[in-house]
Design a protein around this ligand. Structure first.
Ligand code: MG
Length: 258
């Protein structure tokens, strides 16, 4: 008899607590966020046209945004018919503007009559951060990988000598292909050590081929990747020394994310 009222009281108290918790949890406004308001960006009308906040690097008219990597002279690759074709005699080209973190769109085409095999078949490259005048930097491989065998961490859409693509999304020579990249630059401590590594996400023709891939450093032809301190850098396109017909690019734009 003596315990009954106290048990009833406890149940009553639990009911009160329970109902007040339920009301806080059931308030949809408790989890609404209203600030800061994302700025408005108008997406490209069609065909991967640049969004309103993009830096247009090549729109088919000229190479004003580009320079020769070796001496910063005007880029001299051949602009024709709304595209630019690699001129292997004049070397790599890079953007005049420097970038840190960004989203990039780029389209490329291996000639229909491409010859050569392995790495010597339509080889070029997209250097996400060009940290030197030669081939220093972080290379996303560009080449003909439509039925063209080579080492998998060197085929198209690989991070050269570091990460093979998740799948081979290559189109046949003569067809235009696209890369959409999210580049997260590495962060270095004051003593030059790596605080945060670089990451690459890449879509090849709309297919995910690099999913937030962590990099071990810059690309090297010989030896393991390693980091070199930098803060921002140009984006570079490679004039590879193979003897196959040069590839072409069109519609290149970038959205800085800093
Ligand atoms: Mg290459």
């Amino acid at each position: 008899m003596k315990r009954f009222p106290s048990t009833a009281l406890t149940l009553f108290a639990l009911a009160i607590v329970g109902s007040s918790c339920a009301s806080a949890q059931d308030d949809p406004k408790a989890t609404e966020q209203w600030e800061p308001v994302p700025k408005v960006v108008t997406s490209g009308a069609k065909d991967n046209a640049p969004p309103s906040d993009a830096v247009v690097l090549f729109d088919g008219r000229d190479l004003a945004a580009w320079e020769a990597s070796k001496d910063h002279s005007p880029a001299r690759w051949k602009v024709h018919d709304g595209v630019v074709t690699v001129d292997k005699t004049t070397g790599n080209i890079q953007t005049r503007q420097r970038f840190r973190n960004y989203q990039l769109h780029l389209e490329w085409q291996v000639p229909k009559d491409i010859t050569g095999e392995g790495q010597g078949r339509g080889n070029s490259g997209l250097f996400l951060a060009s940290t030197g005048p030669g081939d220093e930097g972080y290379e996303v491989q560009i080449m003909d990988s439509f039925g063209n065998k080579t080492y998998v961490n060197g085929q198209a859409a690989s991070i050269y000598k570091q990460a093979a693509p998740l799948v081979n999304a290559a189109r046949r020579p003569g067809e235009w292909q696209s890369y959409d990249v999210v580049w997260t630059a590495p962060v270095f401590a004051a003593d030059g050590s790596v605080k945060l590594p670089a990451y690459v996400t890449l879509f090849h023709n709309g297919v995910l081929v690099q999913n937030h891939t962590e990099l071990a450093g810059e690309t090297f032809y010989i030896g393991k990747p390693k980091y070199k301190v930098y803060t921002d850098a140009p984006i570079k396109l490679q004039a590879h020394g193979d003897h196959s017909q040069p590839i072409s690019f069109r519609n290149i734009w970038v959205r800085p994310l800093d």
